[in-house]
Design a protein. Structure first.
Lengths: 123, 299
């Protein structure tokens, strides 16, 4: 279930890549599970096949997924430890904190929000 | 002020628009959207006084547009299909329009030709589609209208001319307090320059609101859960559109955005993303059945 925002400034292949990484991180696509096919994502999103292939190719190059010819693409065993996956998360968190800092939110306020979110998760 | 009051227009047995009402105040740019054949052109031509209507009334500042020639002198309609006489030029057309529109300004026309870099002595039929449209728009603006009706007027323009045209319309409206109705399929553009938008869905208006409120009371969510979910799990929501494949679900919901988000969070999703709906998505939702899996046809 990939969705694409065609008006976003983020390139479409990048959006697809990011979503697959997110789903792998969340455990929705566990190790060795089959990813939706390129053809299926094309039908769902009306995005050009080659654009989706590019997203898959980059993920494969980074070792996040592997492809079995004629069968499909699968999540790599060590995808969760993969640098491409961890780097994305770190980048996003860093961006979020930078935004907070540039909006004039203090460190104390940030940790207050942080504690609240993690507390909700424990419930 | 354009007042369209309970208007019905039939062609023989075919009803193009039925009991349709809307109002366009001065200084407002109204976007008219709807599928092909929804009745947009019929409505614009009826407002322009080209077509007589079967019932209801269309007035501009209280005057009937079909029967009052004096109000039509303050109104300009740019049709979707532009026709120019063979051998005519912008200059010749200007003289023709000046005879009909008392407010016609030759100096405005000269300046606009300069901005759009159009040769006013060149034959209009040698112009490309986009250039003809620019020429017609320049002539239209030079009549200094109080009411401007544009039918697909951005069709065939390159991005730079499109930008110029947008700027020209917005500035003219701000300066002269003109009322504008624009029909377009470019929903992105409508959200850029219009302040209100009306969606025609077969004979009638199904959505009429300010551009800023378009996504009020609707929101799109994407959720991921640890276990599989079906539509039945979301029975407590007012669902406009549901797409799910097991653990990942995309939902379009009506109702208060924050309340919906709160309720969804209580279902303990692993991931919750919220997207405001664009005009295009709302259009597609209202039209329904716009998703079709063509794979089956082509395989």
């Amino acid at each position: 279930m990939i969705t694409v925002d065609k008006q976003s400034r983020v390139p479409v292949y990048e959006q697809i890549k990011n979503q697959i990484i997110t789903f792998i991180r969340l455990g929705i696509y566990p190790a060795d599970s089959k990813l939706p096919s390129i053809r299926q994502i094309t039908s769902e999103t009306s995005v050009n096949v080659n654009t989706i292939k590019k997203a898959f190719a980059e993920l494969e190059l980074a070792g996040v997924i592997y492809t079995v010819p004629g069968i499909g693409s699968f999540v790599s065993k060590k995808a969760l430890d993969n640098e491409a996956v961890t780097a994305k998360v770190k980048r996003e968190i860093t961006d979020a904190f930078r935004t907070a800092a540039s909006l004039g939110v203090s460190k104390e306020e940030v940790s207050e929000i942080l504690n609240k979110i993690y507390k909700e998760g424990d419930k | 002020m354009i007042s369209i009051d309970r208007v019905t227009k039939k062609y023989g047995d075919f009803t193009a628009i039925e009991n349709l009402s809307m109002q366009v105040p001065e200084g407002s740019i109204y976007g008219l959207v709807g599928y092909n054949g929804a009745g947009k052109t019929t409505l614009l031509k009826s407002v322009a006084g080209v077509y007589g209507i079967c019932s209801g009334s269309i007035t501009v500042n209280g005057k009937n547009t079909f029967t009052s020639p004096e109000i039509r002198q303050k109104m300009f309609y740019v049709p979707d299909e532009i026709y120019f006489e063979p051998f005519s030029t912008i200059e010749k057309m200007a003289k023709l329009y000046a005879g009909y529109y008392p407010g016609f300004s030759f100096s405005t026309m000269d300046k606009l030709c300069g901005v759009f870099k159009l040769d006013k002595k060149a034959k209009l039929n040698s112009f490309s589609k986009g250039m003809q449209r620019q020429a017609e728009m320049i002539l239209g603006m030079s009549t200094m209208p109080d009411v401007l009706l544009l039918d697909e007027s951005f069709d065939g323009l390159d991005p730079q001319k499109r930008n110029l045209m947008n700027g020209m319309i917005v500035d003219y409206v701000a300066e002269r307090n003109c009322s504008v109705i624009i029909s377009s399929h470019n929903l992105h553009e409508i959200s850029d320059i219009c302040d209100r938008v009306a969606l025609i869905n077969g004979k009638n208006i199904v959505l009429d609101c300010s551009v800023d409120d378009v996504s009020a009371n609707r929101c799109k969510f994407r959720l991921a859960f640890a276990e599989e979910k079906t539509q039945a799990d979301f029975s407590g929501f007012d669902i406009k559109k549901f797409k799910g494949d097991g653990k990942i679900v995309t939902l379009s919901l009506r109702g208060n955005e924050e309340e919906n988000e709160e309720k969804l969070r209580q279902m303990n999703p692993l991931l919750l993303e919220k997207f405001p709906l664009t005009l295009e998505e709302i259009f597609l939702e209202e039209m329904e059945d716009s998703d079709y899996d063509f794979k089956e046809i082509f395989s």
